[in-house]
Design a protein around this ligand. Sequence first.
Ligand code: IN0
Length: 419
Amino acid sequence: MLNAFAQSITRPSEIKALFTYKFAPKSENIRRHRQSLTKDENKRRCYEFLNMTSRSFAAVIQELDDQLRDAVCLFYLVLRGLDTIEDDMTLDLDRKVELLRSFDKVIYEKGWTFNESGPNEKDRELLVHFDVVIEEFLKLNPKFQQVIADITKRMGNGMADYATGEHRENTSVATIADFDLYCHYVAGLVGHGLSDLFSASNLEAPEVAANTELSNNMGLFLQKTNIIRDYREDLEEGRQFWPREIWGDYADNFSDFIKPEHQDQARACLNAMVLNVLDLVPDVLTYMQQLHNQSVFNFCAIPQVMAIATLNLVFNNMDVYKRNVKIRKGEAVELILASTSMDSVVSIFRHYVHEISKKNDARDPNFINVSMAIGKIEQWITTNIPSSDANARPQSSYLTPIIICIIAVIFLAIYQNLQ
Ligand code: IN0
């Protein structure tokens, strides 16, 4: 925490946010939730696993209203289990594929545990004690179980198809269509599942689940931003998720981008990848605009504003090819505290898109396309957010001179009368 303060020492608003976040009184939702955990050991262990897998996001899940909290917690843990098997490069391919294609059955198998994960798999413990998760899953309302099982089946089979290279030539994702399909399997389907859970809980309207394209693009926006951010980490682990149809225009080999002699091409390729993600922003904003429940809105908005902040951070940033870049903790906390209304989420997106446009260099081969993508976002905002004009061009911008003229005229008149 201390180095979070150090990182944000020159940014008072982030320091203020870090204090507020640390010492803010816990919400009624969290208090009631914590109360219920004292009486349910097995459920308490599930939320312990959740906190283990992702501290900051776990807090957002626990802020969800009672009708939805447990279903989303277990959905998250089941997906983390599937992810841990997919990511495990030590597992024998046939064993991995068999597990991925049957995981939607595994979650109904009381007592099932798995201790074949590689020793350095981050969430290995989750699978070693997966019987705890299954026990809680089986207590869920069947309508929630059905949604989670359906998504687990489609994602497990999608991951298995990719693991067996059906959509790949050797190790890389070839076309942009492949790239979209892979991101659909590992993140788009999460959007489908969450929208189904939101509607099944009656906290959101059935339309939210009906519009699967929007739900899908909520996931793609997060996944594609992560894939750009994690270039170096993935390269070191022999993984390539950037589509050749994009990077092939800038280099012969995917690893060329870390070589000094390929810097200009590397920069242009990075910005081309960001362009591919910017096109998803209008759908992301349209999805969030349809949400009515405050806890669901916060749950959906926080990862999205983190992603647009990260997209701005990676745009034109050659550090991406050297190391894993991350937004400051202070910046992240400020975003969490600000993502509670559509107006503030829109002004956050507008801020970071504006930052990107300031870095968009006319010598960059993607300059025009990036400008157009930014134009489309600006257009979506002025068309869909009536008040947006308010905070677009501060009223004062053209009113002030008028008011000053009027005051001057009045003074002149008074002065002449006094003469
Ligand atoms: C998520 C998503 C998530 C949240 C809300 C609405 C969504 C709609 C569609 C798709 C995904 C949605 O959010 C988490 C956020 C998260 O875990 N962030 C990490 C940081 C990080 O970079 O990993 C954190 O520690 O804060 C997310 O990234 N994913 C996810 C997984 C399961 C569920 Cl239920 C919701 C992972 C992924 C791959 C993007 C789907």
